[in-house]
Design a protein around this ligand. Structure first.
Ligand code: FMN
Length: 169
């Protein structure tokens, strides 16, 4: 799948069949994540691969919009390390770029994925830090739930010419 096809056909997948994701695919996703651009090329990210059912369930239990983790076989939590980038806003932006790379790569590998919001919600950050035993200086920014899709979601054309401004608003 070429990059434009991946961008134009990717959709969030929230229901999964009972099938593990191959470790090679997870490695490809992590490689894709780490190819993302980052401010000053600091690459201040870390990734927690979560494949233990009890941990996935613990996250689903508290996250109001993370209930798909009850059936997703895997997740990757994208974290930002404040000791590597002390500007929290840049940390969030860098990790967002890495997250989008994971979503597009997952789609290209025929996996289903969805971005589950953590940062900047304080209570979610604290819960994930506790469940995954993250150091305090590591902020969980986003979580990507992963697996093989129960069903495909059709592409949606969102192009809106009214959102485009040339030279001035
Ligand atoms: C910052 C951010 C946070 C999101 N948080 C959640 C979430 O917590 N749970 C969820 O099911 N989807 C979440 N999504 C996915 C959006 O709902 C989804 O991308 C949007 O509805 C567009 O649909 P699409 O991804 O299929 O194109 C999030 C997306 C972004 C970018």
């Amino acid at each position: 799948m070429d990059v434009l096809e991946a961008i134009f056909t990717r959709r969030s997948i929230r229901s999964f069949i009972d099938r593990e994701v191959e470790p090679e695919k997870i490695e490809t996703l992590l490689r894709a994540a780490m190819q993302a651009p980052s401010a000053h090329n600091k690459q201040p990210w870390h990734f927690v691969v979560v494949n233990k059912r009890s941990l996935l369930d613990a996250i689903a239990d508290f996250h109001p919009y993370g209930k798909m983790l009850y059936t997703a076989p895997q997740a990757i939590v994208v974290c930002g390390d404040l000791s590597e980038e002390n500007n929290e806003r840049y940390l969030g932006l860098n990790c967002a770029a890495a997250t989008q790379n994971i979503l597009l790569a997952a789609h290209g590998l025929n996996l289903g994925a969805v971005w589950v919001a953590l940062y900047p919600r304080e209570e979610r950050i604290l819960k994930i830090q506790q469940i995954l035993t993250l150091p305090q200086y590591v902020l969980p920014i986003s979580l990507v739930a992963l697996g093989y899709a129960q069903r495909k979601v059709p592409p949606e054309n969102r192009y809106n010419a009214q959102k485009v401004h040339v030279n001035r608003w």
